[in-house]
Design a protein around this ligand. Structure first.
Ligand code: ADP
Ligand code: MG
Length: 228
């Protein structure tokens, strides 16, 4: 029902490991969903299957009601650059590119003009408090600053859903909370939904909903969003 992103019966296996053993989930615009659970429970796999990085072995993911499993690799790759944004642990910025080039990268890869892409990137860097740091390389940024560049990169192309995998994992508590505030504000401004994997209860507490994954299944959810 009006889900931006929905999954039904997701299965992903690696040999005899059932990384995902039948996951249903519904994510609406503006949702902030935290995915928690023990190490190895399938959180990263879930994020990768939801975002089309990995193809499910069973079940289906729907973006705006459209099955993404039907897309070929080129189509899924285009989807990742336009409909989705990604924030990973410790930024994963391209070391040779400046902050503004890193933030503009998804737009450039999607065929945007350099001028327009860098313009949008600079706007988001400024909104995230990084004005004046646009030309710096990742090695010239603090961990918290690098994560803000990663947020700008995830948001500047105005995706429908932002996926974040342990984005505060390499930050101290306070910087992690500040990063979370920046992420949630930016997502709210663009109307993007956020799916955030975290080990940190204080980070999960800031989500609107929490689902716990155990052995590739949703063990417990305050609300998985799935209605009968
Ligand atoms: P989490 O992010 O919750 O720590 P993952 O989704 O990374 O868990 O992994 C879920 C399970 O799938 C684990 O048992 C892990 O060892 C296994 N797994 C993940 N990726 C691979 C892979 N590329 N090859 C083989 N097994 C994998
Ligand atoms: Mg993981």
């Amino acid at each position: 029902m009006n889900s931006v992103l929905a999954a039904r019966g997701l299965v992903k296996t690696y040999g005899d490991v059932h990384a995902l053993a039948g996951v249903d989930i519904d994510i609406k615009a503006g949702d902030v969903l935290a995915v928690v659970g023990p190490s190895g429970s399938g959180k990263t796999t879930l994020l990768h299957v939801l975002s089309g990085i990995l193809r499910a072995d069973g079940g289906e993911v729907f973006l705006d009601g459209r099955a993404i499993g039907e897309l070929n690799e080129t189509g899924r790759s285009a989807l990742r650059r336009t409909a989705f944004g990604f924030v990973f642990q410790s930024g994963m910025l391209v070391a040779e590119l400046t902050a503004e080039e890193n933030a503009a990268l998804p737009m450039l890869l999607a065929g945007g003009s350099r001028e327009e892409s860098l313009g949008a990137a600079r706007l988001w860097l400024a909104r995230l408090g990084l004005q004046g740091l646009e030309k710096r390389l990742p090695s010239q940024l603090s961990g918290g600053q690098a994560q803000r560049v990663a947020i700008a990169r995830a948001l500047a192309h105005r995706p429908r859903v932002i996926f974040a995998d342990e984005p505060t994992g390499a930050l101290d508590t306070r910087t992690g909370q500040e990063m979370m505030t920046a992420l949630l504000q930016a997502a709210e401004e663009t109307g993007a939904a956020v799916v955030i994997v975290t080990h940190d209860k204080a980070i999960a507490d800031r989500a609107l909903r929490v689902v716990e994954i155990q052995d590739g299944r949703i063990a417990q959810g305050i609300n998985t969003g799935v209605s009968a």
